[in-house]
Design a protein around this ligand. Sequence first.
Ligand SMILES: [Zn+2]
Length: 116
Amino acid sequence: MHELSIAISIVDIASRQAEAASADRVSEVELDIGVLSGIAYESLEFALGVAAKETILEETLFRINRVEPVAECPDCNHLYTPDGIFSHCPVCNKQGIRLIRGTELQIKSLLVEQND
Ligand SMILES: [Zn+2]
């Protein structure tokens, strides 16, 4: 399962950052996942729960932001929401888009806690 290997690397990165911050718990991890990233959101949510078991992220709330795609026309630089990777620019009708958002897969923020 594709999403499980992604979840494992997210948990791995977040764990290392939490350790570097001397955290005892990670209360929340916020993720930006583009709708064109090829990730199935429900599968990723499930996989994160599996990957986080018996780690510092076991109790962590994973918040997944769906990032809608934004394309920039290579000719007229118009920004628009593409309906696919073969969209036409609504201003000059040029086909062939440059996606500037919508394929990301990144950890946006990490909320950690320390014992007093
Ligand atoms: Zn255009």
